[in-house]
Design a protein around this ligand. Structure first.
Ligand code: 4NP
Length: 163
């Protein structure tokens, strides 16, 4: 058994809507598969706008509706050490990915990906729901569930994880 857990970092702009949802849903997916000893997950924003804040109440509500509690997460901004600390750094949209690419050392760029490239949706990015209504928050949740399933499958294969 691998003793060192695989570490996954979900990234969006504010770390109050999309990446906390991705963190919560992916963690639940990992726990459902009984792999919490093998995979760790965290989330950050590329901005410092909401550092220390709880997720947006609309994200908390959309998550709770599907059985996920993300209310205890707190906003954090990406820092240089994250590029070393995490094995998979997963961006919610293309702008997040570009911001990460600019900051990430060349030798660690292989860690960066788009969340939805792991899933089956026709969406390529998780749309920013911040200035939209409840349906946009529910879409984030749905996209996070699909991509989490795909990402877990990839980690299982790539790291030969067992329960
Ligand atoms: P997130 O959404 O990147 O999914 O957390 C946003 C949250 C806050 C803002 C923009 C997007 N904002 O402009 O404060």
């Amino acid at each position: 058994m691998n003793s060192k857990p695989v570490k996954v970092l979900m990234v969006c702009l504010g770390n109050i809507c999309r990446s906390p949802t991705a963190e919560g849903v992916f963690r639940a997916t990992v726990e459902k598969a009984n792999l919490q000893h093998a995979i760790q997950v965290d989330s950050v924003g590329t901005s410092d706008w909401h550092v220390g804040e709880a997720p947006d109440s609309r994200s908390i509500k959309a998550a709770a509706k599907q059985g996920y509690d993300i209310s205890l997460q707190r906003g954090r901004q990406v820092q240089d050490a994250d590029f070393n600390d995490f094995d998979y750094i997963v961006a919610m949209d293309q702008q997040n990915l570009r911001d990460l690419q600019q900051r990430c050392p060349p030798a660690l760029q292989h860690k960066l990906s788009l969340f939805l490239q792991h899933g089956t949706s026709i969406y390529q990015e998780v749309p920013d729901p911040y200035n939209s209504g409840n349906a946009a928050f529910e879409l984030v949740l749905e996209l996070a569930e699909d991509a989490s399933t795909g990402l877990l499958q990839k980690l299982l294969v790539q790291h030969s994880l067992s329960r």
